[in-house]
Ligand binder design. Structure first.
Ligand code: NAD
Length: 434
């Protein structure tokens, strides 16, 4: 027997694209495009462009494990559309990542970047891996090998990755270093979400949560909902959910419930968010937090609240729980958290949804600022970044709100109208080559 047997890392979860009862993220995106097509006028002749990713790369990522064996993981990088600029989108490490999911996430990046009018197309990457089962050196080897494998299509003017679920500043530093070693020069602009000392931007770490908070406050104001004292429930307590929860609590809201992958905690008077953040950092989850009531995870959806922030994974709000949700306002921190059927149920019930493609665009907006700063080698203050971020988010929400009122459609459809028009106009102006 070889000293170095080959292991194939697999997950037992049925991939969503094989489950006939499960629409899957890419199917949801296609439905969203179909809903918006009647509003696109002459540009509708280009709509097929949106239904086909420009480029899909599937890579084998073999790494040597600490015990000397070799494990293989499947990695993806999808460039959905680059009509308006280079591809841009995060990299996700998760045991359930599928190509269909990465295709949808890349497509939502195209929509999001166009909705906030940053000059990027849409892309996304991922590795089908449970990073919690890897040691730090294994995680580094995985990241470096993956970066080398996708190095043929990424680059500061081609496609710029960033953090997503289970990836962070440290992973971005490894990606930047690996790409730089391969091209023979330090290329800080190849990824965003880097550590500050490597060309990262002040405010980037907090940007997505701050964007969620910013549009949440504006939407609440338009609905006549006072943030001070408002009850907020948050699913997912990582980069997006944790920071959004902190900002809402600082503004006087009561964060009454938080659910993550391992538990759910509830306090009617409001959770001590800084203490909960410290607990989650120390233990890896909100479960076991003292000073709060532990709830069965499923009960999260019944929690009495005014504002619900899904900030974990896609397809969390479905036909099965949409009727139970008590919030008046949903701000989608996660990408694709609401299925189209649940969207219809909630709209029918008068619940206002600020869709992911606007609500969580704060991250890519400051990623754009980071990329600009890297190119010019001139860095802005945190105050400047946050001011510009708030301006971009407010302008984008104002614009889609206007379209929603004008056409009598949901904020999601309005955002898709604005974004698809921008993408397809660029497509139309560029024409086809050859
Ligand atoms: P993260 O890894 O920092 O945190 C993810 C959180 O979700 C963790 O608290 C985890 O416990 C929780 N979670 C995981 N599975 C869950 C489940 N089944 N049920 C309940 N909770 C679960 O990730 P993040 O960066 O905060 O990303 C969260 C979402 O926001 C994702 O949909 C991501 O695509 C989206 N997003 C992130 C950014 C960003 O800048 N980080 C930008 C835009 C959108």
């Amino acid at each position: 027997m070889s000293d170095n047997p080959i292991r194939v890392a697999t997950s037992h979860a049925l991939p969503s694209y094989l489950d006939p009862h499960h629409l899957g993220p890419w199917g949801i995106f296609l439905q969203q495009v179909d809903r918006v097509t009647p509003y696109l006028g002459n540009l509708a002749r280009w709509v097929e462009t949106l239904k086909r990713p420009k480029r899909i790369l599937v890579v084998d990522v073999p790494i040597q494990m600490d015990d000397g064996t070799v494990a293989h993981f499947e990695g993806y990088r999808v460039q959905h559309n680059t009509s308006r600029g280079p591809g841009k989108g995060g990299v996700r490490y998760h045991q359930d990542v599928t190509l269909s999911e990465v295709m949808a996430l890349a497509a939502w990046m195209s929509i999001k970047n166009a909705a906030v009018n940053v000059p990027f197309g849409g892309a996304k990457g991922g590795i089908r891996v449970d990073p919690r089962k890897l040691s730090l050196p294994e995680l580094e080897r995985l990241t470096r090998r993956y970066t080398s494998e996708i190095g043929i299509i990424i680059g500061p003017t081609k496609d710029i990755p960033a953090p997503d679920v289970n990836t962070n500043e440290r992973v971005m530093a490894w990606m930047m270093d690996t790409y730089s070693m391969n091209v023979g020069e330090t290329a800080t602009g190849v990824v965003t979400g880097k550590p500050i000392s490597l060309g990262g931007s002040l405010g980037r770490h907090e940007a997505t949560g701050r964007g969620v908070y910013t549009v949440g406050v504006q939407a609440a104001r338009r609905m006549g909902l006072d943030i001070a004292g408002a009850r907020v429930a948050v699913q997912g307590f990582g980069n997006v959910g944790g920071i959004a929860a902190r900002l809402f609590a600082e503004a006087g809201a009561r964060v009454v419930a938080v659910q993550d992958h391992a538990g759910c905690v509830y306090a009617e008077a409001g959770l001590d968010v800084p203490a909960l953040l410290r607990h989650a950092k120390a233990t890896g989850s909100v479960a076991g937090f003292e000073g709060a009531q532990a709830l069965p995870r499923e009960q999260f959806w019944d929690t009495p609240c005014d504002i619900l922030i899904p900030a974990a994974l896609e397809q969390q709000i479905t036909e099965a729980n949409a009727h139970r949700i008590q919030a008046r306002l949903i701000i989608e921190g996660a990408n694709g958290p609401t299925t189209p059927a649940a969207d219809d149920i909630l709209t029918e019930r008068g619940v206002l949804i600020v869709p992911d493609v606007i609500a969580n665009a704060g991250g890519v907006t400051v990623s754009y600022f980071e990329w600009v700063q890297d190119f010019s080698s001139f860095f802005w203050t945190e105050e400047e970044i946050n001011q510009r971020l708030v301006a971009v988010m407010n302008n984008a929400l104002d614009a889609v709100w206007h379209v929603a009122d004008d056409k009598g459609v949901t904020l999601r459809t309005a955002t898709f109208i604005v974004a698809c028009e921008r993408i397809l106009r660029a497509r139309d102006l560029r024409g086809l080559y050859p």
